[in-house]
Design a protein around this ligand. Structure first.
Ligand code: GLN
Length: 303
């Protein structure tokens, strides 16, 4: 693992920290960390895995799981599609051109905002707490919090997301209060995690939704299967096809530079590298994922 990390460290120089969310620009572009969680419970980390970062779009996977458990897949996918995307993650034109204006999938911004709005709860606080409890149950710590500065930064500058959300309200995809839906979405994107948290979530997904060997909700295996399928085809936005070719692992990126990966039945992987490329994916992180895939023969078509 150390060798893979060191070999790929220089790739960070080819990327930049996200600056469209101003607060994210302060991250250290040279931070690189990697954690693997094995099915026997062993957690192995190399590099800078202590510094927390915000979940950003990785939260979209969790939100999808909770929304599917809350509403059932039929209801969720009556509002949001399940296709992969050739457009940037915050594309407006794509949303406008789709039949019934349904977002293409739950992992692009429009789809994720719509999915968040379907999470049960009487108010944003309750919805947020339910998602946090879900994550806490997986990672085994209940002191989760969100980064207030990143959250405020997104609230202040998130007009592209706001326009996606208001458009979806106008077409009936969102049928709750738009500002509340956005507040929840931004809060969930701002939850602070570490590489080992991501690796534990990855392990949970790769084992079909088990925590300590137990399936904690009878509908989880189905919800996990749905999430992994969409991560495989759309988890890296308009770089998902190339990532599928190179790594072949269900994975989800975030603009803070995190990558969550879940090779089925194998392990959970958490990676951080805040220097991202133009498609919003960690440059060194993608390289590390590819090397791990080849080292441990994790490509789904290697089997
Ligand atoms: N790709 C991402 O991580 C995007 C998430 C970010 N919070 C946004 O909405 O723009």
């Amino acid at each position: 693992m150390q060798e893979i990390l060191d070999r790929n460290r220089p790739f960070a120089k080819l990327g930049n920290t996200a600056d469209y969310i101003p607060e994210l620009a302060y991250a250290d572009p040279d931070q690189i960390g990697l954690t693997i969680a094995s099915p026997d419970g062993k957690i192995t980390s190399v590099g800078d895995c202590e510094t927390p970062f915000t979940l950003q779009s990785i939260s979209k996977v969790i939100n999808l799981l909770v929304a599917v458990l809350d509403n059932g897949p039929d209801q969720v996918f009556s509002k949001v599609g399940m296709e992969s995307s050739g457009e940037p993650f915050n594309s407006v034109s794509e949303l406008e051109s789709k039949p019934e204006n349904r977002p293409l999938n739950p992992l692009i911004n429009a789809g994720a905002i719509a999915v968040s709005s379907m999470i049960h709860g009487n108010n944003v606080e309750e919805q947020y707490e339910r998602v946090c409890q879900f994550i806490s149950g997986i990672i085994g710590r209940d002191n989760l919090e969100y980064d207030e500065k990143v959250f405020q930064s997104e609230i202040l500058t998130g007009d592209r997301n706001r326009s996606l959300a208001y458009f979806m309200k106008s077409t009936g995809v969102i049928d709750t209060n738009v500002e509340k839906a956005l507040e929840l979405y931004f809060r969930l994107c701002s939850i602070k995690v570490t590489c080992s948290d991501l690796a534990k979530i990855g392990l949970f997904l790769s084992t079909g939704g088990r925590s300590q060997g137990q399936v904690v909700h009878k509908n989880l295996p189905r919800a996990v299967k749905i999430s992994l399928s969409i991560m495989l085809t759309a988890g890296m936005y308009n770089e998902s096809g190339e990532t599928l070719l190179r790594s072949g692992i269900p994975a989800k990126s975030g603009v803070s530079g995190g990558i969550l990966a879940a090779p089925p039945h194998e392990m959970g992987i958490g990676i951080i590298g805040p220097a991202i490329n133009g498609k919003g994916n960690s440059v060194a992180g993608l390289k590390i994922l590819e090397d791990i895939s080849s080292k441990y023969r994790l490509h789904i078509f290697d089997k």
